[in-house]
Design a protein around this ligand. Sequence first.
Ligand code: OAD
Length: 247
Amino acid sequence: MFSEKLIQKLKSAESVVFFTGAGISAESGVPTFRGEDGLWKKFKPEELANFDAFLKNTELVWEWYKYRKQIIANVQPNPGHYAIVEFEKIYKSFAVITQNVDNLHRRAGSKNIFELHGNIQHNYCIKCKKDFSDELILSKTEIPNCDVCGGLIRPGVVWFGEMLPEDQWNGAERAALSADLFFSVGTSGIVYPAASLPYLAKRNGAYIVEVNPDPTPITEIADEFLSGKSGVILPQIVKIILDEKEN
Ligand code: OAD
C-alpha cells in the first residue's frame, strides 16, 4: 500500500525530520485548532492568543490556558507519537519539529525536539522572566503574580505577533535544510513562519511526505500524500522499515 519510491527513500534516507501540528495529538484527545471541533471555532485567536489580549483580559486568557493545561495533563501520547520515537532509533540524524505545546512528543520518548511555539507546561514572569511550575499556577484561583518582582506570570507559549524562540527556530531550520526525508504530519500548514519549513526542505532536495486525513497547502509540494490518521499510518511505516531491515 506504500509506493516503491517511499520504501526506497526510507531505506536510503540519512537525515529524517518530522514536522508536526495539532493533528498528531488529535487521537490522544487534544482538540485541534481549525477542525470541526477545533478550538478556534469556540474561541477567537485574536481574543486569547496575543500579548495585548493577555494584558486586557488576563483572567479570561488564564482561564483558557488552565483549561488546556488540564486537558493535556489528562491525556497520553498515541501510536503516532510512539512511531516517531521508533524513527529516532533507526536514523542517526533525526529531529522532530513541532508546533504543538502539549509536550506529548517528549512524554512519548522523542529526544531531539524543536518546540516552535513553546510548551504549555512552562510559565514565566513577564518582568523578571522567573519560571514557575504548573503545580503552583493550577493551585491558585487568582491571577498569578511573581513572588520576586510582583510581575504578571504568563504561559510559556508563543502568541500571535511574537517571535519564535530563536534557538528552537534556528535548530528547526538547520534540521529542515539537512533533511533528505521530511514528513509533515497533522498540520494545516497555514501558520507562518513554521509553515515555511516544508518548502525550505523541498527546495533543498528533501522528499516530502504528508500525513493528514485532508489535503492542505503543503499537499501541492508533497511528493507523497498519505491520506489518513497519523496514529494509523506512522506505525505502518515503521513496520515497513523494520521488515525491510530483516530481509
Ligand atoms: P490545525 O488545527 O490548524 O490543523 C490540524 C491538522 O491536523 C488539520 O490539517 C487536520 O486535517 C489534521 N488532522 C486531524 N486529525 C488528524 C489525525 N488523526 N492525524 C493526522 N492529521 C490530523 O493545527 P496546526 O496546523 O498545528 O499556534 O496549527 C498551527 C498553529 O495554529 C498552532 O501551533 C497554533 C495555532 O494557532 C499558536 O498557538 C501560535
